[in-house]
Design a protein around this ligand. Structure first.
Ligand code: ACO
Length: 431
């Protein structure tokens, strides 16, 4: 496969254009079509980027057929079993697992950047009381660009590092503040003595009136979920961050665009959509009816949390989350949770049904994450913000990789125009 050569031939003139093969360390190579327009005068057409690589990247590797996910070469199941989210953040950002002192310094830096400027806090006052937390997260993260514009030189490696530390440290504070705004409670300051996930849970669920003890099992479950969501190569939100970032814009603004892309129900919004779907189905006895609608493609009805553009065998993250899901439900005494029962019934039917088997549709990470979040008392509209908190490190790593790469050019796709051909303007009274 990797030694083969590819070319495009103009059938009229016989002119041939060689497509050099770009090979990585492992995985499918890419045919370089960058010169096709110059040589043949045609564009390549691939809506949805099904066959198109937008970049080379050394951060994350996915083999969708084998259900493999590696961060910097390390299998995600090993990281979920033995590492911590903060260590994974270091790995994703820097490319290697940290030595003890490196980890301590990194963790210390993240802890020191958790507070947000009082001016940033005041942005929340302007939102309507029932604004969706993802809308607030998008807006307030974008607003960070107004606070750090003069200390953010994209060309300076140290500035890029500080940006990543600030972003990873502040995103839980912003997400928790969005939740507090939504629920009408006072904001809670970060507690830097707490680990990353305990701090987030504390900022969300503590109130100033009484002490709040974070449940270590809940914090651990969140930590594992965050490891699984830390990066996923060129997904829609990461590609959005890269595309915005390729213009040289402020990186906080680029992250904000990624958060906006993540919100969609076909992407990070799926975890919220799964719970909405389970609520709508309501009871196990309604499952056959619901499945008929899915298979008959009734408009707007999909089995949310199933299917993936890349994973066509199983989603390795879903496997790990499924186990975590059972652990958390057991710990919280919610084993007979009706939503879990319903989810398992849907899973069982779908895995044995030809419609899903033929299309290689398997549960993805979001099928179970919503159930865990709900068991932890996290409200449905905070599910996608939790995903955003975890994915921030991936966005920062991709933005940094792209910005440090001197060969990066502005991302500017082409199109096949299907509108009206050239025509002359007609005065209004003559139309
Ligand atoms: N339920 C029912 N049918 C489905 C589903 C589903 N969840 N997903 C795909 N299909 C069907 C499609 O109707 C299509 O059928 P056809 O061949 O008869 O036309 C076929 O499977 C292929 O589907 P596409 O939409 O072409 O696949 P694509 O790769 O473009 O989409 C996506 C992937 C968006 C994830 C899709 O599977 C989906 O909508 N899933 C539900 C939403 C979801 O869970 N998203 C989370 C993704 S993971 C993440 O972002 C963290």
């Amino acid at each position: 496969m990797t030694s083969a050569t590819y070319s495009l031939v103009n059938n009229e003139t016989g002119e041939k254009t060689e497509l050099p093969l770009i090979t990585g360390t492992i995985g499918t190579p890419g045919a370089d079509v960058g010169k096709v327009y110059d040589k043949l005068g045609i564009f390549t057409y691939d809506p949805g980027f099904t066959s198109t690589c937008s970049t080379k990247s050394s951060i994350t590797y996915i083999d969708g057929d084998e259900g493999i996910l590696l961060y910097r070469g390390y299998p995600v199941d090993q990281l979920a079993a033995h590492s911590s989210f903060i260590e994974v953040c270091y790995l994703v950002l820097h490319g290697e697992l940290p030595k003890k002192a490196e980890l301590e310094a990194f963790e210390g830096s993240i802890r020191r950047h958790t507070m947000i400027n009082e001016g940033v806090k005041r942005f929340f006052d302007g939102f309507y009381h029932d604004a969706h937390p993802m809308a607030m997260l998008t807006g307030v993260t974008g607003a960070l660009s107004a606070f750090y514009h003069d200390t953010t030189n994209n060309k300076d490696a140290r500035h890029r590092e500080i940006f990543a530390h600030r972003m990873i440290a502040k995103i839980p504070t912003i997400a928790a503040a969005a939740y507090k705004k939504y629920s009408g409670q006072p904001f809670m300051h970060p507690q830097n003595k707490l680990d990353y996930c305990s701090n987030l849970l504390h900022m969300m669920f503590a109130v100033p009136a009484e002490p709040y003890q974070v449940d270590p099992i809940a914090a651990k479950a969140l930590d594992v979920l965050f490891i699984l969501h830390a990066d996923h190569e060129q997904n829609a939100s990461t590609s959005t961050v890269r595309m915005a970032g390729s213009t040289g814009c402020n990186p906080y603004a680029a992250i904000s665009s990624g958060i906006a892309a993540l919100w969609g129900p076909l992407h990070g919004g799926a975890n919220e959509a799964v719970l909405t779907m389970l609520d709508e189905i309501g009871d196990v006895k309604h499952v056959p009816d619901f499945m008929d609608k899915v298979k008959n493609k009734v408009e707007g009805v999909r089995l949310m949390g199933f299917g993936h553009r890349v994973y066509k065998n199983f989603d390795p993250r879903a496997k790990i989350i499924r186990e975590q899901c059972h652990k958390v439900l057991k710990h919280l005494g919610k084993e007979n949770d009706p939503k879990m029962e319903l989810a398992l019934k849907l899973e069982e039917i779908a895995l044995n049904d030809d419609y899903f088997k033929e299309r290689k549709l398997y549960p993805n990470v979001d099928f179970y994450s919503g159930i865990i979040y709900e068991a932890l008392g996290i409200p449905v509209n905070m599910f996608t913000p939790m995903f955003a908190v975890a994915r921030t490190v991936g966005w920062c790593a991709h933005w940094s990789e792209m910005t440090a790469d001197k060969t990066t050019r502005i991302a500017r796709p082409r199109q096949v125009y299907t509108g009206a051909a050239t025509r002359d303007y007609v005065a209004c009274d003559k139309r």
